[in-house]
Design a protein around this ligand. Structure first.
Ligand code: DC
Length: 651
């Protein structure tokens, strides 16, 4: 269930299936820039199409580089041999660190007048160390906002600066990446010394590997210094295939480890140059069963079914480690992820954000400058997860939907940064708690049928009509008029209902037969026609979806409340048959009844329920019609069960 501002993930039971990963963001943006700086034309295939790569492509085009789309996920880049045709330009680079830092370095060392800016968060992400190193090389760069942060202005300069520069390695490895990729633009030998421990080393491996593919070999002394020889020139390799995104693989592997599996991802594997593939080792430490081939990986849950906590230095997998933080909710024990200081300068302060959101679902979290420590709750609570415009927070918290109550993810659109189709891909390999939706008119017998189907399957049962009836009763108790839409909606949110077998409790009080009376039904029909009331009751209805399954009976179960229901039945009978059934039901209860009056009532209510503008009673698309006029209850139950089993469910 999606709206513009959130996506509701139903509680998930299991995960299995195969995903072909989108291209790696890190590789895509490096290759696009190197292709632009090269001599010759490069076809970049399997490239990631996302916000961040779009920023890079837009930036390159603004610099006069020809970047042509080539059908599916491919571009043809005509290299400019290190000399951007446009010498005066303003670039807006969003929140794409992998575009901002490398373009800053390349433009600073190519001569020209440029302004680079991004979104507000980009202007809070440090760049001072990179700027200092570039200035030492002779570049002329001004800060247009705060010292040490974007936006920047680059001015033409004589680039006859130092032959040795230093850059800090402990803030962002992107500084070193940016410098190294730009150095071949200078006509002299330059050595970069890394000050402080180099974080995220695997990303430097990617940089070196990509530069090598474009003909520039960097000499290095461990992780301390890197030298680019004079006369180094990028030359197009012709065609470049981008690997799948290893960080994105982490969500699916974790889904397999939490939800049984096997979940297989294609696009990265044992031979990958991306450090984040080592996430699979971390998951194995948690007990998951991992298999890998050259370009695929597969994860299953541990034999015992339950993951175990780990204490791990995550410097080598900074992005994928966020996935471990959510997997920790499903692990036995306390998980500690260390050496993750870089989280604080990413799309958002990820340590703070993860701590806040993990606490929302019930975890106990301790955070430090460079670590996070997570104790899982006894039961994961439903929460509305804020995503801070950070794609990885949105994606990793989708895994929390394996908790009993599902999860809401706010602003899910932020996944477009690296994985625009993420939620569809996630849904394709996860199986939600199944729902059988049985809709139909009053007195069609669907309540009884639904209840028996639930009992046969051992599923939970939702009598949604009872919620509208209860609201009508509660309104009467509280003296709220049936026309006071806002008052009724807030009452709907406030009222506490509990179903136990045949018994129903409203605000702690057992409800009697008045709930089933015609007067209550008539009042329920009125409150049910108010859009705010229907919206207010949605969460209460969703909460009934619990493992192992739910049978929900009502009017809009298949269309509005559970549109992803596994089976949708529209159960009806002629008005006469329904009046007759209701008559017998009331008589059995020793209540007064008149068949002609009942028939009239049913006709009137049918009309109101089908004519109303909100959620009118109608057969939902995909629902099968079950006319029970000539069927007894057992036959109707059997029909539903047969349809369910035909869909591949065990009955
Ligand atoms: O199924 P019932 O007779 O208990 O329903 C009482 C009223 O509530 C009826 O007028 C229809 C309305 N209703 C609804 O609009 N949507 C539902 N999902 C369930 C009931």
């Amino acid at each position: 269930m999606t709206s513009e501002n959130f996506i509701d993930l139903p509680p998930l039971l299991s995960a299995r299936g195969t995903i072909t990963l989108p291209g790696s963001k890190s590789i895509s943006n490096r290759v696009l820039l190197l292709a632009a700086l090269s001599e010759g034309t490069t076809e970049v295939r399997d490239v990631l199409l996302s916000d961040d790569t779009e920023r890079m492509v837009d930036g390159l085009r603004a610099l006069g580089v020809k970047v042509e789309p080539l059908g599916d996920n491919a571009y043809r880049v005509t290299g400019c041999g290190g000399n951007f045709p446009v010498k005066d330009a303003e670039l807006f680079l969003g929140n794409a660190g992998t575009a901002f830092r490398p373009l800053t370095a390349a433009l600073a060392l190519s001569g020209g007048h440029y302004k680079l800016s991004g979104v507000a968060r980009m202007h809070e992400r440090p760049i001072g160390d990179l700027v200092d190193a570039l200035r030492a090389l002779g570049a002329n760069i001004d800060y247009l906002g705060n010292e040490g942060f974007p936006p920047l202005e680059i001015l033409p300069a004589t680039l006859s600066g130092a032959a040795r520069v230093s850059v800090r390695g402990d803030v962002s490895s992107q500084f070193l990446t940016a410098l190294l990729m730009a150095l071949p633009l200078l006509d002299r030998e330059v050595t970069v010394e890394v000050v402080g421990e180099l974080i995220s080393k695997p990303y430097i491996e990617i940089t070196l590997a990509m530069m090598a593919r474009f003909g520039v070999a960097v000499q290095r002394d461990g992780w301390c210094s890197f030298t680019v020889a004079p006369g180094s020139r990028y030359v197009s390799p012709g065609v470049m295939y981008v690997e799948g995104d290893a960080s994105s693989a982490s969500y699916f592997l974790a889904a397999g480890a939490i939800g049984g599996g096997p979940v297989r991802i294609e696009g990265v594997g044992r031979d990958s140059i991306q450090g984040d593939v080592r996430f699979a080792d971390a998951l194995a430490l948690m007990g998951a069963k991992i298999e890998q081939g050259t370009n695929w990986m597969e994860a299953r849950a541990p034999q015992s079914g339950r993951l175990r906590a780990i204490d791990l230095d995550c410097n080598h997998i900074p992005d994928a480690a966020m996935t471990l933080a959510v997997a920790a909710l499903f692990a036995e024990g306390v998980t500690t992820l260390r050496n993750i200081a870089s989280w604080r300068v990413k799309e958002t302060d990820r340590i703070a954000a993860m701590a806040i959101e993990l606490r929302k679902v019930g975890a106990t979290v301790e955070e430090g400058a460079d670590y996070i420590c997570i104790t899982p709750p006894a039961q994961i609570r439903h929460a509305a997860i804020d995503t801070y415009d950070d794609h990885r927070i949105a994606m990793c918290f989708s895994l929390a939907a394996f908790g009993a109550e599902g999860m809401r993810i706010n602003n899910p659109g932020c996944v477009a940064k690296t994985f625009p189709d993420y939620f569809a891909a996630f849904a394709s390999v996860t199986q939600a708690v199944p729902v059988i939706a049985i809709d139909g008119p009053s007195a069609s017998g669907k309540g009884t049928v639904a209840q028996r189907v639930a009992a046969k399957l051992g599923y939970h049962f939702l009598d949604s009509g009872a919620l509208y009836r209860l609201l009508a009763l509660a309104a009467q108790d509280d003296g709220i008029a049936l026309t006071d839409e806002a008052g009724l909606a807030s009452l709907a949110e406030r009222m506490e209902v509990r179903f136990e077998g045949e018994q129903i409790w409203l605000d702690g009080v057992l409800v009697g037969d008045e709930l089933r009376g015609e007067q209550c039904a008539a009042a329920a029909s009125k409150v049910a026609s108010l859009p705010m009331v229907r919206a207010a009751l949605l969460n209460k209805q969703h909460a009934f979806r619990r493992s192992p399954g739910l049978v929900a009976d009502g009017r809009d179960m298949a269309s509005v409340v559970f549109p992803d229901a596994a089976l949708k039945i529209f159960l009806t009978a002629s008005a006469e048959a329904r009046a007759d059934r209701r008559y017998k039901q009331l008589k059995e209860k020793g209540m007064d009844a008149n068949i002609a009056a009942l028939l009239l009532d049913i006709r009137l209510r049918d009309e109101r329920d089908t004519q109303r503008s909100v959620a009118p009673l109608q057969q939902a698309p995909g629902a099968s019609l079950l006319d029970t006029t000539a069927l007894n209850i057992e036959q109707a139950v059997q029909e539903v069960l047969t349809s369910y089993s035909a869909k591949g469910f065990k009955i």
